[in-house]
Design a protein around this ligand. Structure first.
Ligand code: NDP
Length: 328
């Protein structure tokens, strides 16, 4: 028997989450069993710990959209007992039981060998949010930065935003970090941000489709009205890597920035990334993310902290990355 955070739904449709002891036979089908060491708290986990937000397919459910650990048993020839591995995406923690348990059974195709130079804890300090930030930075690089103006990062104090800020700064870009929490300014500066932009400065600009050109690129974790506003502030030919919707799913924008400024809107999806892309992005993380900065981003948590943390992340109250020590 081992511990897991089990989310259950009662006859009235109300969900509840608690740490329970479960057995290996309860795990879903898969060809690799992993002794989980670390997982993290992402925005989607907040949804899945709570009412599910349409993401959870079956109850009871074990959330946790990413994890790292050691292979315990494998019939996949790529993995043997003792191998260190990590997992992000593939709807694990949503449609398939995830990382908030001491053991997970998954399809070997969804795993990645732990990149050299990263511990299982560091890999999860990065986690899905950090992998997504790396994919966003790589997408911006592919399309180029038209000037050396700052690159904007929205939702900067959150998970994706923190990693994107640190990575872009390490790569030599000026980074303008947009935050709704002025008290995180010192933290964001310590990650490498050269400019702190208050959330209202973007949200409360005029609703004109084009503003002064200010930014050479953007990693946007917020979406909604903020994404609509910042499109009109991009340099000619600049790209926006749209990662998330922490500020809403509607996009009240016009086509003008695309037509008159050649702005590129790049959608970033970390969930269904093929193995090669995931491996490439993890390699970039291990070379281009300063590990001392990563250390300053993390807060440690245990399985029993998760119900409260799930609520906090949905309210935008989590700073940086929360790493869950599954065996603590
Ligand atoms: P976090 O909650 O850690 O960060 C989101 C940040 O957005 C908050 O910290 C806050 O930053 C800001 N924010 C929150 N609410 C609002 C609001 N109403 N208006 C404006 N800003 C707001 O989440 P993550 O960084 O883990 O994820 C960010 C987004 O990216 C989520 O929507 C998530 O679902 C998505 N995502 C997408 C992935 C993909 O594959 N495309 C993978 C991972 C995440 P601040 O206080 O600094 O303003």
């Amino acid at each position: 028997m081992f511990n897991a955070l089990l989310v259950k739904k009662n006859d009235e449709g109300k969900t509840s989450a608690a740490v329970e002891s479960i057995s290996i036979d309860q795990l879903p089908e898969g060809n690799v069993t992993v002794a989980v060491e670390y997982s993290t708290v992402n925005y989607k986990d907040g949804l899945c710990i709570g009412p599910g937000g349409g993401l959870v397919r079956n109850y009871p459910h074990v959330p946790g959209i990413d994890f790292s650990g050691t292979v315990e048993e494998s019939s996949d020839e790529r993995y043997s007992a003792g191998d260190k591995v990590l997992l992000t995406g593939w709807r694990v923690g949503e449609a398939h039981w995830g990382g908030y348990a001491q053991k997970a059974r998954v399809n070997g195709d969804w795993l990645v060998p732990l990149p050299e130079g990263l511990s299982t804890k560091q890999a999860m300090a990065v986690g899905t949010a950090g992998l997504t930030a790396a994919l966003a930075v790589m997408a911006l690089e592919e399309h180029g930065f038209p000037t050396d103006d700052a690159v904007l990062v929205t939702g900067a104090a959150g998970g994706v935003g923190s990693v994107a800020t640190a990575m872009l700064a390490k790569l030599g870009h000026k980074v303008a970090a947009v935050t709704g929490r002025p008290e995180t300014a010192d933290y964001l500066t310590s990650l490498g941000a050269s400019q702190i932009v208050a959330r209202e400065e973007i949200n409360e600009t005029s609703k004109r489709p084009l503003e002064k050109e200010l930014w050479s690129g953007c990693v946007d974790a917020v979406g909604g009205a903020m994404l609509a506003r910042l499109l009109g502030q991009m340099n000619y030919g600049a790209s926006v890597a749209a990662v998330g919707l922490a500020g809403g799913a509607d996009l009240p924008a016009t086509v003008i920035p695309f037509l008159l400024r050649g702005v590129n809107l790049l959608g970033i999806d970390s969930v269904m990334q093929p193995y090669e892309n995931r491996l490439r992005a993890w390699q970039r993380v291990s070379t281009d993310l300063p590990m001392d900065k990563l250390e300053s981003m993390i807060h440690m948590a245990t399985l029993s902290d998760l119900p409260d943390l799930g609520k906090a992340i949905l309210k935008g109250q989590v700073k940086g990355r929360v790493v869950v020590d599954i065996n603590a």
